[in-house]
Design a protein around this ligand. Structure first.
Ligand code: C2E
Ligand code: MG
Ligand code: MG
Length: 267
């Protein structure tokens, strides 16, 4: 226990220092239209370039950043950087409409100044609110439904898009769903793997797509890894996909090259 506590403490110290030294970087994964194969936007995913350990993935530090509160300054850095990059791409590729989505953790979502901060970041970077999507997990919303509903309404009034991330994995109440101004459901990748062979999963996705359609929401399938999965999703009328089949997440230069190519995949 002592060793574990010491390791955690070290990680926390490292995290604080890295934020000051700007050792974080964003990686961008395309979100693709399943109808046309074209890129509709990117999800920004944070990477930590640790001076000793090399690239550290979010699974290893986001939970600790949440616990220590460091997620708040880190989260604002991610938002600012993602908006700044998207504005550059929009200027560079004016004929390609693109959005950027950013993950907002549970703790960040409940910050009372979240709306003011996002509004300021949009002004600073010159990005239009509708070009920014915020990905909030089902669990973060369901933890405190009253406060969440209020926050979501304020964010909607600001004009940003709202995504429910990892849909289907958390404790969720369908009866609440219509009360939240969510634009898009992102179906968790655990429902996508085997979707080409598992009839139960096929039925779940069919139901989620119908539910989203009835509530006026879009659907993104996360973790699409094979051509078969993509075809099944298309047959189920799922509009958008994201996953290794289209592309892994890329640094800004490679993501820019992909935008220039326009088509992410020939469909
Ligand atoms: P997420 O928001 O659901 O992001 C999708 C994750 O799935 C990413 O992992 C992505 O690389 C991975 N992925 C994408 N396509 C595939 C695929 O086809 N197969 C498989 N097996 N995986 C795929 P990553 O980048 O390691 O991020 C993990 C999670 O960490 C994210 O899940 C998100 O919850 C969190 N995260 C990432 N960046 C941030 C951030 O800036 N802020 C916060 N609060 N959380 C973040
Ligand atoms: Mg996400
Ligand atoms: Mg997700």
């Amino acid at each position: 226990m002592h060793t574990q506590a010491m390791a955690l403490l070290q990680l926390e110290t490292d995290l604080k220092r890295s934020l000051k030294r700007q050792e974080f970087q964003l990686s961008y994964q395309p979100i693709v239209s399943l109808k046309s194969g074209s890129i509709t936007g990117f999800e920004a995913l944070v990477r930590w370039h640790h001076p000793i350990h090399g690239i550290v993935y979010p699974a290893e530090f986001i939970a600790l950043a949440e616990e220590t509160g460091l997620i708040v300054p880190l989260g604002y850095w991610v938002l600012r950087e993602a908006c700044r990059q998207m504005k550059i791409w929009q200027v560079q590729f004016p004929e390609t409409p693109l959005t950027i989505s950013v993950n907002i953790s549970g703790r960040q979502f409940l910050q009372s100044d979240l709306v003011a901060q996002i509004s300021q970041i949009l002004q600073e970077t010159g990005l239009e609110p509708r070009s920014l999507g915020l990905e909030i997990t089902e669990s973060a919303i369901m933890e405190n439904t009253e406060a969440a509903a209020l926050m979501l309404l304020q964010l909607r009034d600001l004009g940003v898009r709202l995504y429910m991330d990892d849909f289907g994995t958390g404790y969720s109440s369908l009866s609440y769903l219509h009360r939240f101004p969510i634009d898009t459901l992102k179906i968790d990748r655990s429902f996508i793997n085997n979707v080409d062979v598992d009839t139960e999963k096929i039925e779940i996705i069919r139901t989620v797509v119908a539910l989203a359609w009835n509530l006026g929401m879009d659907v993104v399938a996360e973790g699409v890894e094979t051509n078969k999965q993509m075809n099944q999703l298309k047959a189920l009328k799922c509009e958008f996909g994201q996953g290794y089949f289209f592309s892994k997440s890329l640094d800004s230069e490679m993501a820019g090259a992909l935008i220039a190519q326009k088509q992410c995949i020939a469909i």
